[in-house]
Design a protein around this ligand. Sequence first.
Ligand SMILES: NC(=O)c1ccc[n+]([C@@H]2O[C@H](COP(=O)([O-])OP(=O)(O)OC[C@H]3O[C@@H](n4cnc5c(N)ncnc54)[C@H](O)[C@@H]3O)[C@@H](O)[C@H]2O)c1
Length: 381
Amino acid sequence: MKNIGLLGCGHISETYFRSRQYFNNINITACADLNLEAAKKCADEYNIIVKNVDDLLADKTIDVILNLTNPTAHYKTIKNTLLAGKHSYCEKPLSIQFDQGKELIELAKSKNLYLGNAPDTFLGGGGQLTKQIIDSGEVGDIKLGNFTFAFPGVQSWHPNPEPWFVEGGGPILDMGPYYYTMLVNFLGPAKSIKAIASKVSEFRKIGEGPRKGLEFKVEIPTSYYIVIEFENKAVIQGFLSFDVINHQSNFIDLYGTKGSIIGPDPNMFGGPIKVSLAEGGAWKEYSTEEMKLGKTNIFNKSGRSNEAPRNANYRGVGLSDMLYCIDNNLEHRCNGELVLHVLDMLDTTIKSAEQSKTLQLRTTCNKTKLFNERDINLITN
Ligand SMILES: NC(=O)c1ccc[n+]([C@@H]2O[C@H](COP(=O)([O-])OP(=O)(O)OC[C@H]3O[C@@H](n4cnc5c(N)ncnc54)[C@H](O)[C@@H]3O)[C@@H](O)[C@H]2O)c1
């Protein structure tokens, strides 16, 4: 079994330690963080070895670095991981700039190392069931659609919200990876993007923690309207926003030539998925509860708008799949070609809004393969 070194011991690390319950090859043996206290706490809690960052990367017993550092640190830390001769699996986004992401993919290739990246939510029951229904032809060819992620932003509950409102933050880099990866999973690669951005307020106020009440400056757009044309000619419109108090839009609606399908929350792994085949007709519901990576396993209400109180969360499947593929010399599902295309879409969205014009994507990728229960059984407990 491969040994994993964890780099970045913050909020999301707990989710990856939990993933050991579900997957049979996640063996985290050591951790490191720029903040030594955070690394020590993590090591104590999970009974693993604490190291400083350089020692973790130099450790010959470690094969793969699980990178859970902040987005602005991804480029440098992934590069150092690859230069140290280790495989890399990182949280989203791959990097905050397209050129950096491209360099990382090329470096991994040149060193014959695996580079994998979140999100892996498209591998969940909701993403896979929707893909199966679309591929079955039940709703015909998908020609149009809508997607929405909108909430008021993290400043009301996060004690340090500033990174979401400066370069490297914003709704595109934060939530775009989930939506874009899910859409590519359904429709294949994108061709062009047109976006319009808005910064609704110049300042925000911190709502929690020792700095409660302090105002800080918003340096980037916080809402985007987006139109994506896919290579298969589908045209999908989206809205990603940190400026909405409340709403009732679906996460993803896709409109086909024979019917409509309401897809999953791209940030999560479950369903249900709904299909209607007649104007004003009933919505048939497809459950994901019988699917290994779609069954509800979270029962506590987070209080976040746009996040269901009960849901399915199997984050870590992308890492587990990559580990299996390393051992069996296969291509992993959250692979460089896919994540670079998604980063291209994110970067192109931001640039399109800045330049007020439609921009063509620079990359493409293969259609994702269905993740069937037989393959899932190979890596699950
Ligand atoms: N928190 C969530 O709910 C969530 C969900 C999904 C994905 N993510 C992604 O996971 C990643 C981490 O998010 P988080 O919420 O855990 O952040 P966090 O700020 O809680 O933790 C990040 C940790 O990385 C450390 N770090 C930063 N730069 C470093 C470097 N160069 N070397 C070593 N350590 C470094 C920080 O000290 C910190 O302890 C991000 O990419 C984010 O997009 C977070």
